[in-house]
Design a protein around this ligand. Structure first.
Ligand SMILES: Nc1ncnc2c1ncn2[C@@H]1O[C@H](COP(=O)(O)OP(=O)(O)O)[C@@H](O)[C@H]1O
Ligand SMILES: [Mg+2]
Length: 230
């Protein structure tokens, strides 16, 4: 279980998060929703050791991980797919995928690679292509697949639909649904609430760095969609 308690993050005088608490159960799916600037990426950075929280804690399996470097998170079964994908443009798709497996057991890498190509078939014929030449959708699929190469128990994804046409965003989401169905916990950060609600069991809504609503997607989904449509 991932457990965020009373988290504060500041950049100098800018307070990006105040008193944020949420949990992602083992095998669960949680969407963090909120407009641009709400603090969603700051939450991700605090979980993955890219900013040091000014207050509160992040625990994974009961151990405090806030302040720990990113590679240690990967070793402990967490994967982060950052905002903007951050695939390595000059390396091939295959090389990017192998980089995701750097902490994995070598004997399982080929099998895991094959699973990723089954999950996102459009990557298969692009394996030798430099990742910078992929479409935005393919780059997003690659970034997710790279995260999954380490066989995480939880994968956290920051705004996968950003900049993608709706049909392409849907393909990415279908991939994530399969990942979740296979037992991996998913923490999904999205501005696109309608899309996120197709995956998430629980939702947390951020506004100006604070949690304004949280609960089961079934109960809160319609209300959240109304709010976003307004
Ligand atoms: N590196 C930074 N330096 C200063 N302010 C930042 C930095 N990153 C984010 N912020 C500010 O923190 C707040 C939350 O940003 P962010 O977490 O990126 O939100 P979101 O991902 O929801 O769009 C915003 O007010 C943003 O301008
Ligand atoms: Mg963001």
């Amino acid at each position: 279980m991932l457990s965020v308690s009373d988290l504060d993050v500041s950049y100098g005088r800018v307070r990006a998060l105040r008193g944020v608490s949420l949990t992602v159960p083992d095998g669960g799916s949680v969407a963090v929703l909120g407009p641009n600037g709400a603090g969603k990426s700051s939450l991700m950075r605090a979980i993955f050791g890219q900013v040091r929280p000014t207050g509160g804690t992040v625990e994974w399996d009961g151990e405090v991980i806030s302040g720990r470097p990113a590679y240690k998170c990967v070793r402990s079964g967490l994967a982060h797919v950052p905002e903007g994908r951050e695939v390595i443009a000059r390396l091939s798709v295959h090389e990017n995928l192998l980089m995701g497996a750097y902490v994995a057991d070598r004997s399982t890498v080929a099998e895991q690679l094959e699973q990723m190509l089954e999950l996102f078939p459009s990557l298969r014929r692009r394996l030798k292509v430099a990742s910078g030449r992929l479409s935005g959708g393919e780059q997003q699929m690659l970034a997710i697949a790279r995260g999954l190469m380490s066989r995480p128990r939880l994968i956290a994804i920051d705004e996968p639909s950003m900049g993608l046409a709706p049909a392409v965003a849907n393909m990415v989401l279908e991939g994530l649904r399969k990942v979740h169905a296979s037992g991996t916990a998913v923490l999904l950060v999205e501005q696109n609430a309608a899309l996120a609600l197709r995956l998430a069991e629980d939702i947390v809504v951020f506004s100006h760095g604070e949690v304004v609503t949280s609960g089961s997607a079934k109960e809160l989904g319609p209300e959240v969609l109304d709010h976003y449509a307004a």
